[in-house]
Ligand binder design. Structure first.
Ligand code: CTP
Length: 401
């Protein structure tokens, strides 16, 4: 069996959530790709799936309790966690994430997680309110800061009858995230944040202000960074193109949400701001749908300026990524405007492009860019957005080397 997962040893910790059934499929998908899977069930997990079915699918012994390991002739917990190439926690319940964030070790799963320096990937799964709770979001930020990889959760109908983010990522999405952990390349071990797509600024519950960004350039860039081995946090507005496989995707709608998501995804080695963020939001947006005025008067929208996400990150006193890259969408005197923008925003590079309708760039497949840094302007020939992305990713890898 070839592929990057062949011969890899995965320690799979299954937490006690309804999504544990999907972990049975995950075991199959990982083994199909040549991994060996050593399963560990928390006590709560045994209420959702049986050790027998897990063991049968994994073709391996299942570990459940700390005293499973008291027989040192078998395998101690230190050895069990360190002999793995990667630890996957799926489903990662709110409780398990809280334990991990605090460094508690009161059962086998949490002890293994504390006793190891093996990379860890978590697939959160919980009720939407639990996911949105500040405590969980705080724990998530701590785990990210500790270098833990996160895949999902997805948005959708939940077993509890509610709707929202909290559903565990699908087994194949988890496999993609596992593969990403084994990527090698000049950006291996680096964390790059990418913003992408437009933002939607609501006028009322059914109407919004948007722009023509498709998310194509940001997505291509994230893919190129992933191909060089980077861990990528991808903060995206409602884009037309699907998000990159293997990135940690954080979906937002408004500029304010994008700013929050960017702050939560830091620290990063580099941050690239490819999103077309709306400069303004509707300050007097309506909770109810705005009805037509009987006298035919148009509604008076009042605008408030959105925070400049790029400038805020570029001008951070502490925790500034080593490399901050902005994009500049211009329609005239591109280089002069972009050069001024670089200084105004405080970023290291500006990737400037001409978005005049005649160029067909915004929403199109090609791009013609000029990269501006402290040394001057470098104009690249017109090429596909994928090629621009590859060239830019190479340049980023060199800057971080
Ligand atoms: N940007 C941002 N947050 C904003 C506005 C822009 O992070 N609220 C980022 C974009 O992602 C891009 C860069 O800033 O990387 C430049 O955005 P652009 O819209 O071209 O520049 P503006 O600052 O809006 O300047 P102007 O509209 O005057 O051209």
């Amino acid at each position: 069996m070839d592929g990057m997962l062949a011969q890899k040893k995965i320690l799979l910790i299954i937490g006690g959530g309804i999504a544990a059934y999907k972990s049975l499929d995950l075991i199959r998908r990982l083994r199909e790709r040549g991994c060996s899977v050593t399963p560990v069930l928390t006590k709560a997990a045994t209420e959702f799936v049986t050790p027998l079915s897990v063991s049968a699918l994994a073709g391996a012994k299942v570990y459940t309790y700390l005293f499973d390991l008291t027989d040192e002739a078998e395998m101690g917990h230190i050895q069990l966690s360190r002999s793995a190439d990667l630890i996957v926690v799926a489903p990662a319940t709110a409780d398990l994430m809280a334990k991990m964030a605090q460094g508690r070790a009161d059962d086998l799963a949490s002890t293994l997680l504390l006793a190891t320096d093996t990379p860890v990937l978590v697939a959160p799964s919980m009720n939407v309110r639990m996911w949105d709770h500040p405590a969980t979001q705080r724990n998530l930020a701590v785990l990210r800061g500790d270098g833990v990889g996160v895949v999902g959760p997805n948005e959708g109908d939940m077993a509890c009858g509610e709707y929202g983010p909290g559903r565990m990522a699908e087994p194949l999405e988890i496999v993609t995230a596992v593969e990403a952990q084994f990527r090698a390349g000049p950006l291996a071990g680096r964390h790059v944040l990418v913003t992408s797509g437009p933002t939607h600024e609501p006028i009322d519950p059914v109407r919004y202000i948007a722009n023509r960004s498709s998310g194509a350039q940001g997505t291509a860039l994230a893919e190129a960074l992933l191909a060089l081995g980077a861990r990528v946090s991808f903060v995206t507005g409602p884009a037309l193109v699907p998000p990159p496989m293997g990135a940690e995707v954080i979906r937002v709608e408004t500029a304010l949400q994008m700013q929050q998501a960017v702050e939560a995804a830091l620290p990063a080695d580099a941050a690239v701001f490819a999103a077309a963020v709306a400069d303004w939001r509707v300050e007097n947006s309506s909770v109810e749908k705005i009805k037509k005025d009987a006298k035919g008067a148009a509604p008076a929208l009042r605008f408030a300026e959105n925070p400049d996400i790029l400038a805020a990150v570029a001008q951070r006193a502490e925790g500034r990524p080593r490399l901050v890259v902005g994009f500049a969408a211009e329609t005239e005197t591109v280089v002069a405007h972009a050069t001024a923008k670089r200084l105004r925003k405080g970023c290291d590079w500006i990737v400037a492009n001409d978005v005049s309708p005649a160029t067909g760039i915004m929403g199109g497949a090609e791009n013609a860019v000029t990269v501006i840094d402290a040394d001057g302007a470098e104009t690249w020939p017109r090429m596909s957005k994928a090629d621009v992305a590859r060239k830019l990713a190479d340049r980023i890898a060199k800057a971080l080397a």
